[in-house]
Design a protein around this ligand. Structure first.
Ligand code: ZN
Length: 295
């Protein structure tokens, strides 16, 4: 969908939404990173050379690129969103409902959604498994090891409702908090399928649209990467027609951050090469693949 068309559509949605300020449960979380223990997404792009495949993206783009940003961080509104907007590019921002940053800057997140950015589901309370290494920061009442699958599902449903109140959308994608996919009584992967259209994982790699697991979408971690490293990550997808997803936390601040200038150079590269790269939201990329399943 063209950017202008999308803006028009979302603007219409926004007009239907009554923008009353809502006071949500806030500040229950200490600021805690999505994948503080580190993840396999630390693997560099070059370590993850993938086999070639063919897939036809819209307008004959050679690859689909989805930039994702976790944890509802100020630096994302301060740097990432403006940099993307400057070039009329969009990304997916995974918000946790209970983060105080959402309450403080809700109108800015709504404005981002109106411009086409996806507000993705990142749970309400950002629970993580406390039993894993380097998870001392996980509050006992936010310990996924103590969650049940039903509890996890209810939290996702409530977050969907919260985000719908902000952006008007009834469909969105999800990102596993800390990359964790299990709770006390098993895996949550099947349970979330009726609630979100896809889920981003922290396993490193690009995604072959012809053989994709929508609830284990692979990604590369952009934290502390140089501009060239970030560009290399997306460039490999151009060679094999894949979907490549980058995972960011802070941009020019906060934590697990990438330098704002490096992020800017990546965005500039994508804008300069927009005939080759379909830069979109995960919601729209997944929607396209589901409606165009086989090349
Ligand atoms: Zn997170």
């Amino acid at each position: 969908m063209k950017f202008s068309t999308k803006v028009s559509r979302i603007t219409n949605i926004a007009k239907l939404t009554k923008f009353t300020k809502v006071s949500f449960v806030a500040s229950l979380l200490a600021t805690a990173p999505c994948n503080a223990a580190g993840s396999s997404a630390e693997t560099t792009a070059k370590q993850n050379a993938t086999e070639s495949s063919t897939y036809t993206w819209p307008d004959k783009h050679k690859a689909a690129v989805v930039l994702t940003y976790d944890d509802t961080l100020h630096s994302q509104l301060d740097y990432a969103v403006p940099q993307l907007n400057q070039h009329q590019l969009v990304g997916t921002f995974y918000l946790s409902g209970a983060r105080g940053d959402l309450d403080l800057r809700m109108h800015e997140w709504r404005a981002a959604a109106i411009l086409g950015h996806e507000l993705g589901n990142h749970t309400l309370y950002h629970p993580c498994r406390k039993s894993l290494p380097n998870r001392d920061w996980v509050q006992p009442f936010l310990d996924l090891d103590q969650y049940t699958i039903a509890q996890y599902s209810e939290e996702l449903k409530t977050t969907n409702t919260l985000l719908q109140a902000i952006d008007g959308y009834t469909q969105r994608t999800f990102a596993y908090t800390c990359g964790d996919t299990t709770v006390k009584n098993g895996s949550v992967v099947d349970a979330i399928k009726p609630l979100v259209t896809a889920a981003r994982d922290v396993i490193a790699g690009t995604n072959d649209a012809n053989n994709i697991n929508f609830y284990k979408i692979k990604s590369f971690d952009g934290a502390n990467k140089s501009a060239q490293q970030l560009i290399d990550m997306v460039a490999q997808a151009q060679q094999n027609n894949h979907l490549v997803v980058l995972l960011f936390h802070g941009v020019g601040g906060d934590y697990l951050d990438v330098d704002a200038a490096a992020h800017q150079q990546l965005v500039q590269y994508l804008a300069d090469n927009r005939k080759d790269y379909w830069v979109t939201t995960l919601r729209d990329a997944v929607q396209y693949i589901k409606t165009n399943p086989v090349d």
